[in-house]
Design a protein around this ligand. Structure first.
Ligand SMILES: C[S@@+](CC[C@H](N)C(=O)[O-])C[C@H]1O[C@@H](n2cnc3c(N)ncnc32)[C@H](O)[C@@H]1O
Length: 280
């Protein structure tokens, strides 16, 4: 069955190669993955599931945080991402599984997984189905840790609120697109957040899991990093009927109006959940 939020674009070699190169050149995915891994308390773990693991940035962090005897399953339904991952992260403790997150319980043993970690992806999935499947594979007391992009969770860290010296690179791209490429921006009313904390809490509860912690965190970067991120085909803007080459022209024109070293701030909602321990 097709996933709820199809991975259109992720299963492309150009995206997979560009994404993996980005994770090596810039800290964003490594830093966020390590943060989730630490919150999952992996010190004594034997089996950890890296959910929507892509090209392995999160698996790499998990491998660093787990005992040498621990096994890691990295599950993602984009074969292209995993092809790059297999080539660049070759570790005998790591198993790559190409499958939808919604079907994860078919690919991990029931009630034996110590932690499930999901970096930068959960809102792309069918959340109620995934949470139910996570509950099935987690051992009692096992942790489920994930993050949600600030826009999707409807949160903004104080650092982001106070860090707008000028228009964002994203805003500049849209201005260039409208001025030089006939782009008609969609109506300005922002969409409602797709996965706010209230919805997360309700879905966790329906799946039989407890919310342990939720924190809004700030990820600091530079405009140069944002530029590299927006060069990855799946993230390139604006939407609409443009070629990737056109989007890269727009990006270059927008970037020329920025200060590459200027700081940027991205907000995330980080969630720690747990399958309740069995009461004696
Ligand atoms: C931004 S990448 C994150 C990859 C990795 N966790 C990291 O931090 O680098 C998002 C990944 O989610 C995967 N994905 C999205 N929806 C999915 C689904 N329903 N099932 C499995 N994978 C999915 C995509 O294929 C992509 O590899």
């Amino acid at each position: 069955m097709a996933p709820h939020d199809a991975v259109l674009g992720w299963d492309e070699d150009t995206t997979a190669e560009a994404y993996e190169a980005f994770t090596r050149a810039f800290p964003m995915y490594g830093t966020t993955s390590r943060d989730l891994g630490r919150r999952a308390r992996l010190g004594d773990s034997r089996l950890v599931l890296d959910l929507c693991g892509g090209a392995g940035a999160t698996a790499k962090a998990i491998l660093e945080l787990t005992p040498a005897t621990a096994r890691v399953i990295s599950l993602d339904n984009a074969a292209a991402m995993q092809r790059v991952g297999r080539r660049t992260l070759d570790d005998p403790r790591l198993t790559w599984v190409t499958a939808a997150a919604e079907d994860l319980d078919r690919h991990a043993p029931t009630a034996e997984v110590d932690a499930v970690v999901c970096n930068s992806a959960i809102w792309k999935t069918d959340v109620p189905r995934v949470f139910t499947a996570v509950h099935t594979v987690l051992r009692p007391g096992g942790r489920f840790v994930f993050n949600i992009g600030g826009g999707f969770a409807g949160v903004e860290h104080d650092d982001e609120k106070s860090a707008h010296p000028g228009p964002s690179l994203n805003r500049l791209i849209h201005q260039v697109a409208a001025r030089d490429y006939g782009y008609a921006p969609p109506p300005t009313r922002p969409p409602a957040p797709k996965l706010p904390l209230e919805a997360v809490t309700a879905h966790l509860s329906s799946a039989g899991m407890d919310l342990v912690d939720a924190e809004v965190v700030a990820q600091h970067g530079t405009v140069a990093e944002k530029m590299a991120w927006l060069s990855i085909p799946v993230f390139a803007r604006p939407d609409g009927d443009f070629t990737h080459a056109q989007r890269m022209e727009m990006l270059a024109k927008a970037y020329a109006q920025t200060i590459p070293d200027a700081q940027t701030v991205t907000s995330w909602l980080v969630v720690v959940a747990e399958r309740p321990k069995v009461r004696p």
